[in-house]
Write a protein that binds this ligand. Sequence first.
Ligand SMILES: [Zn+2]
Length: 75
Amino acid sequence: MAPKKKSAKILKCPTCGMIVTAKDEDFPFCSDRCRKIDLGKWAMGVYKISSPALDPEVLEDLSEIGRRGGNRDDE
Ligand SMILES: [Zn+2]
């Protein structure tokens, strides 16, 4: 497996965009306040709106399962 980039230890706070390092107590957030704000967004479903519900591959799998289990007209 390829090793992760060492720069991955520096992230932007998901809430306010401030640079955060892995040394920070509230990593990956810049502060406890931002962490709570982010949790609140999840709870309200804000992130669900901006991201696709499922991977296209997962949807394909589901439709395949439905086809196999749903129609059994050949018996
Ligand atoms: Zn922040």
